[in-house]
Write a protein that binds this ligand. Structure first.
Ligand code: SDX
Length: 427
């Protein structure tokens, strides 16, 4: 018999089973609480709520640990590739060579978009934010790939998952091309997943495009760092949308929309804009002061995290990757120096220390993406591109759970109690 959690409420005593995971906090199973007590729990923002059971990703926020199917993010970033990590997330084990080759070949066969989808781009203004385009185009995919939208069919689920992973780079590259007025570049499946994306983004029909192996490796590693992250806001959005039986393309479009927010995936764009606004190290104290000021809505973008109360392990790898890319490309960017000094000052500031605010995955990513040539408006698009494998893996895990049911939270109602209608003449 496992542990029991006892609750006294409304003059009665109740007991609820405690369920243990493989690692991390136990959970109190309160599924019968409302039926027994007539009361709800209250947890806006879900700071103390486990919404599901999952075997995909584990985070220890106090220790700064991130595991994908048990493998530490630092090891995957150093030794794995985005295709291999995608296979791991989807299937639970690292692939052997034959499995990896088969998976990579399958993904490469889905990189092209239905030609009619290219006309969707022409409906947008050229200066449309690429995330707006991505929300629209991904949501429209179900109109073109309805032959893989029967979520009860595991074969359909597998095909739509592969389609989404494969087509996001094409959709993202086309959004960039449209914004700069250059023609779309079709996929070249002789290239790696990430190399293909670089060529579709920065290649032009007028000349041959050589993938820079240093950039390819760095971007592939950045995709690994963004692949999945437990039950974050956008993943929870995908799960909630999927719980109604919505098709996977619609669910991923919902996740993209949620990721766009500056408190979430939009922080990478906001962080680089902030670093440019700060401009020089001598202006850092002013911004730290603003971040501490409760009356100032300004926050240090790329700092803080709901779960990490220690250094985000992804930020560590990201900073190392900046140094590698800058050295290899023989480039520098004064904004990197501002970022390093801002981190140093913030981590030694009592406010940030007391609130345990550390750099997160979004703090350094913009520095590298900018050095590679992406405009800031493309940063969250790249985050969505990489996170798609995590979203579809989480969606598959939820849909294939026999106990799965539609998500339907309740509320603490504070509006007016029942009252009679007052005729207009009497108001
Ligand atoms: C991502 O969940 C995930 O896993 C997300 C993600 C993923 O991979 O999916 O990791 C990706 O979204 C990373 C986070 C990117 N967002 C930012 O960098 C935006 C800036 N950071 C924040 O706005 C904030 O830290 C959050 C949203 C990330 C977390 O907010 P919480 O957990 O709800 O914490 P909070 O807003 O309640 O803040 C706690 C305190 C507050 O002060 P008090 O009201 O207690 O006095 O810390 C302060 C906040 O004002 N605070 C900050 C701050 N972040 C929190 N103060 C200044 N600068 C900041 N960045």
């Amino acid at each position: 018999m496992g542990d029991i959690a006892k609750l006294s409420a409304g003059g009665a005593d109740f007991e609820y089973p405690v369920i243990k995971g493989s690692v991390g906090p136990d959970v109190i199973d309160i599924r019968k609480l409302y039926g027994q007590t007539g009361m709800f729990t209250y947890d806006p923002g879900f700071t103390s709520t486990a919404a599901c059971e999952s075997a995909l990703t584990f985070i220890d926020g106090d220790e700064g640990v991130l595991l994908h199917r048990g493998y530490a993010i630092g090891e995957l970033a150093e030794h794995s590739t985005f295709m291999e990590t995608s296979y791991l997330l989807l299937n639970g084990e690292l692939p052997n060579q034959a499995q990896l080759d088969d998976f990579t070949r399958t993904i490469s066969r889905h990189t092209m978009l239905h030609e009619q989808l290219a006309t969707f781009y022409r409906g947008f203004r050229r200066d449309a934010h690429p995330m707006a385009i991505m929300c629209g185009v991904v949501g429209a995919l179900s109109a073109f790939y309805h032959d893989s939208t029967d979520i009860a069919d595991p074969v359909h689920r597998k095909i739509s998952s592969h389609r989404l992973i494969a087509k996001m780079p094409t959709i993202a590259a086309m959004a960039y091309k449209y914004s700069v007025g250059q023609p779309f570049v079709y996929p070249d499946n002789s290239l790696s997943y990430t190399g293909n994306f670089l060529r579709m983004t920065f290649g032009v029909p007028a000349e041959n495009y050589e993938v820079n192996p240093v950039v390819e490796r760095a971007l592939d590693r950045i995709f690994i760092l963004h692949a999945d992250h437990e039950q974050n806001a956008s993943t929870s959005t995908v799960r909630l949308a999927g719980s109604s039986g919505a098709n996977p393309f619609a669910c991923i479009a919902a996740g993209i929309a949620c990721l766009w927010g500056p408190a979430h995936g939009g922080a990478n764009e906001a962080a680089l804009n902030m670093l440019h606004e700060i401009g020089t190290p001598d202006r850092i104290p002013h911004y730290i002061e603003r971040a501490r000021d409760k009356n100032d809505p300004f926050r240090l973008m790329g700092f803080g995290h709901r779960v990490y109360k220690n250094y985000d392990p992804r930020a560590t790898v990201m900073q190392q990757t900046v140094r590698e890319v800058f050295t290899a490309l023989k480039v520098s960017d004064p904004v990197f120096e501002v970022a390093l000094q801002l981190e140093e000052m913030a981590l030694n500031d009592p406010y940030f220390m007391e609130k345990k605010l550390f750099p997160n995955v979004d703090f350094y990513s913009g520095v590298i993406l900018s050095a590679i040539g992406f405009p800031t408006t493309m940063f969250t698009v790249l985050f969505a591109l990489a996170r798609t494998v995590g979203w579809v893996a989480q969606w598959n895990e939820m849909i294939s759970d026999p106990g799965q049911k539609i998500g339907r939270p309740r509320q603490l109602y504070t509006g007016p109690a029942n009252r009679s209608y007052v005729p207009l003449t009497k108001r």
